[in-house]
Design a protein around this ligand. Structure first.
Ligand code: GLU
Length: 298
């Protein structure tokens, strides 16, 4: 039996990220922001037989792939029980609509390069991992959304002569294998170097092995906020990255459920609260959530 519970999802998220930011003197917002999400009662009854949502609701558990090293987006420290950030919050909202409480979500770290295989092999039910919607990816997996839009930028050491994307030609710039960012920086004429994670790439920048790091501004701002004395995000965005929720093509019915559930969260203010308590802490204004794509007719 499941009960409707009003839960505080984001206390931990708010404290962790605000804690990190206040440690470097750049805290934005209060520590106490939280998102209350109603875990649906008898959720299985509201889904049709044979749908993946019904199965998940009946099982009462779900596995969600998120990033573990991107503050504000998806982050889990060694001592943390669960990841924090905008992406895990979207996961909690979706799980709650299936009647699944926080303790029944299994979080799994995904890196950029294993997001499609994780979905194809059924290692995770959803990927929510700064996962840009692209036509190429949509050939292989389902991507519902977007629930957030950002754009590629550059992270440099303070005082660098790289001030924007026009300055990267011939420069050594790191990013992550399997990302849109790596492809797009190569196209700008940089000597692109791919790593497994953005935190490795950030470390390469800090120790002087590369001239810049590049990916979505939303990710880079988290690193800059952690180390504002040494790092800064420079230049305009030079791509549009529309974050989507990845699901398996074996369960196309998940698309409409994801879109409807997130739309409800946008309409009732839950999305805003999730944003404010996560990415909002790094000083980004809360945007109007983007219009989501229509789901493919199955
Ligand atoms: N959003 C981009 C992508 O999906 C870059 C960030 C990432 O690799 O997670 O490739």
């Amino acid at each position: 039996m499941r009960f409707t519970r009003s839960r505080t999802l984001l206390a931990a998220a708010g404290l962790t990220l605000a804690g990190a930011l206040s440690a470097c003197g750049n805290a934005g917002g209060s520590d106490s922001e939280s998102t209350d999400v109603n875990v649906e009662e008898n959720a299985a009854d509201s889904f049709e037989d044979g749908t993946r949502m019904k199965e998940l609701a009946q099982d009462g558990k779900i596995t969600i792939g998120v990033k573990y090293d991107q503050p504000g987006i998806g982050f889990k420290g060694a001592a943390d029980d669960a990841p924090t950030g905008l992406d895990p919050e979207m996961g909690r909202i979706l799980a709650a609509s299936l009647g699944i409480d926080d303790q029944d979500i299994t979080w799994k770290e995904t890196i950029s390069d294993n997001r499609e295989p994780f979905l194809q092999k059924g290692e995770v039910d959803l990927v929510i991992a700064s996962y840009s919607i692209t036509d190429e990816r949509r050939q292989i997996v389902g991507q519902a959304g977007p629930y957030y839009v950002t754009g590629q930028q550059l992270l440099v050491k303070k005082g660098s002569d790289i001030k924007g994307p026009d300055d990267v030609k011939g420069k050594s710039v790191c990013s992550v294998t399997g990302s849109t960012s790596l492809e797009q920086i190569e196209a700008k004429g940089a000597k692109a170097r791919g790593f497994d994670t953005y935190s490795e790439c950030r470390d390469q920048l800090l120790d002087g092995s590369v001239d810049a790091a590049t990916t979505d501004g939303a990710i880079l701002l988290g690193y800059a906020a952690e180390d504002p004395d040494n790092l800064e995000v420079v230049g305009p965005t030079f791509s549009e990255e529309r974050y989507g929720i990845g699901y398996s093509k074996d369960s196309p019915e998940m698309c409409q459920w994801i879109v409807d559930t997130l739309k409800k969260a946008e309409d009732d203010g839950t999305w805003d609260k999730a944003f404010e308590a996560t990415l909002g802490k790094s000083g980004v204004d809360t945007p109007t959530p983007p219009e989501m794509d229509a789901c493919p007719s199955s």
